[in-house]
Structure formats: structure tokens, C-alpha cells
Design a protein around this ligand. Structure first.
Ligand SMILES: O=P(O)(O)O[C@H]1O[C@H](CO)[C@@H](O)[C@H]1O
Ligand SMILES: O=c1cc[nH]c(=O)[nH]1
Length: 237
């Protein structure tokens, strides 16, 4: 039953799909965190896998970069493959001065300069928010693991290379924790489909201070993020 962008069969995806931007990271997650793994799609090399985390079936698939790419895959997973929950697992750049590299951010909401959610929502402003149950499950998983997550508003940017430095001052003044490129599109797609989503992010760099993570720090915070996302996949009702 392939869709235009996914070559899996019905039933190939679990109810919960973890989505990093990078399809090769999806493979790393599948091989290192899941058991009984099989590849279920590779159209355009946007790799997807299904396996088990403990007793719970879990899938992992790349979303690509940016809201348009995330919107395509989330739409097809929610509407064609009966996926119920998507947990984005990605990187972000810190914005507020009190956010530090390696922090784990749970995006309660996602502001954006993209018009995608207005297009979905009849030209009105849509409040792109995480599903509350998934938010609780991720926050609970983080705290149980001794991780203090930052919870709040992120900014899903259309541009990675923004030419206007004052853009980040505006974000900072509005309490934006960090900038990334997909959460607002994912939350809009979930709402449109009547499904559920949350984004768990690790801070890889700081766009204001210029701080960045070493390879070892990146690996540690990646492991923290994966623990949070996988435990939430198991524990969310
Ligand atoms: O690490 P991922 O999930 O790809 O997320 C971030 O990294 C990419 C930019 O380098 C964008 O996709 C942004 O959202
Ligand atoms: O989208 C992103 C991701 C990480 N760091 C950034 O500055 N932007």
C-alpha cells in the first residue's frame, strides 16, 4: 500500500513513532535502542524501522529537515498508517540565556514564522501545542531518570541561516527557549489528524552565546533524550 513517500505495508508501523530529522539517526536509534528491528520504508532514503522497546512496539523514522518535510511524513503516518503518536527527537539551538548546551527541552508549544498552520487553520493563528498526555509522560520520564527538563515554547524556524540577528532578540524577549525547524509543523499535523505529538530536544549549540557541544556531550544528551522519549512511548496511555 505505499503512499507517495513511504513504502511500508499496513501494520508495519507501531502506534508510536519516534522521529529524528536525520534518517541515519533513525537507523542508529533502531539498532541501539530497539529489539527485533526491521526496516519498513526507505523511499528517498528516509529510513523507517519498527522494533520493540521492552514489550512495547515502537517505530522510528526520519522526518527530514523543516516543516514541509515533517508535514508530509506526519500526514502519511497519521492518516495512512494509523499511527497515533509521534515523538520528535531532535536537536535545537538555545535562545534564552539561561538555556545551556546539553539541556533537554520539552516543547510545550512551538511558535513559527511558517504559514503552514495558518493554511491548515483557515488563515487564523493556530496555537501549536504538544498533546498534554504526552507532555506529562515525557516530563515524568525525564524526572524519573534524574533529568531536569526545560519545558516551554520553542521556535520552529523556516530558515536555519537567518540573516536578521535581531530575530533572536525578539525570541528571547518572548521567552523562547530554543530554535529548531519542525515542532510547529508536527503539532499542526497532529491536530489536523486528531492525533498526538510532542517534541523532545537536546540543545546542541547556543545561537546567542555561540556555545556548542563536544562530541561526547552530544552523545550523553542524545542518550538522555532517547531515555525520555522511549519511556514516554511505553508509559503514555
Ligand atoms: O536534529 P534534527 O532533528 O534534524 O533538528 C534540527 O537540526 C536540523 C538543522 O540542522 C533541523 O532539522 C533542526 O530542527
Ligand atoms: O534548527 C536548529 C538546530 C540546532 N541549532 C540551531 O541553531 N538551529
Amino acid at each position: 500500500m505505499a503512499t507517495p513517500h513511504i513504502s511500508a505495508e499496513p501494520g508495519d508501523f507501531a502506534e508510536t513513532v519516534l522521529m529524528p530529522g536525520d534518517p541515519l539517526r533513525a537507523r542508529v536509534i533502531a539498532e541501539n535502542y530497539l529489539e527485533d528491528v526491521r526496516e519498513v520504508t526507505s523511499t528517498r532514503n528516509m529510513l523507517g524501522f519498527t522494533g520493540r522497546y521492552g514489550d512495547t512496539p515502537v517505530s522510528v523514522m526520519g522526518s527530514g529537515m523543516g516543516i514541509p518535510s515533517m508535514s508530509i511524513y506526519a500526514f502519511e503516518l497519521f492518516n495512512e498508517y494509523r499511527v497515533e503518536k509521534i515523538i520528535r527527537v531532535g536537536t535545537c539551538g538555545g535562545v534564552r540565556p539561561d538555556v545551556e548546551v546539553r539541556d533537554i527541552i520539552i516543547a510545550m508549544g512551538a511558535s513559527t514564522d511558517s504559514s503552514v498552520n495558518r493554511t491548515r487553520f483557515g488563515g487564523c493563528d493556530f496555537a501549536a501545542i504538544a498533546d498534554y498526555g504526552l507532555l506529562e509522560a515525557t516530563v515524568g520520564a525525564a524526572r524519573s531518570a534524574g533529568i531536569a527538563p526545560r519545558i516551554g515554547n520553542v521556535f520552529s524556524s523556516e530558515l536555519f541561516y537567518n540573516p536578521t540577528p535581531s530575530f533572536f532578540d525578539m525570541m528571547k524577549a518572548h521567552g523562547i527557549l530554543a530554535v529548531e525547524m519542525e515542532a510547529a509543523g508536527l503539532y499542526g499535523a497532529a491536530a489536523e489528524a486528531g492525533k498526538r505529538a510532542v517534541s523532545v530536544l537536546t540543545v546542541s549549540d547556543h545561537v546567542v552565546t555561540g556555545a556548542s557541544t563536544s562530541a561526547e556531550e552530544r552523545q550523553n544528551s542524545f542518550q538522555d533524550m532517547m531515555k525520555v522519549a522511549l519511556e514516554a512511548a511505553v508509559n503514555a496511555d
